[in-house]
Structure formats: structure tokens, C-alpha cells
Unconditional design. Sequence first.
Length: 39
Amino acid sequence: MLPNTGEQALKFLPIIGAVIIIIAIILFVYIKRKGSKNK
């Protein structure tokens, strides 16, 4: 059980990382646009 879940986690790690990066970029752009609109 443990090695199987470990392999699955390793397979999903790059996907999770990519999702986190995409969300971070979207949030950064959204905050930047909101800030420029307020000015």
C-alpha cells in the first residue's frame, strides 16, 4: 500500500506544482489589475 501511494504522489507532484504556479500567477495578475484600477 505505502509504496503504491508514494508512486502516485510522485506522479502527481509535478501536476500539483503546475496548478499551484498557475493559481499564483492568476492571483498576482488579478491583484496587479485591481491595484492599477484603484489608482
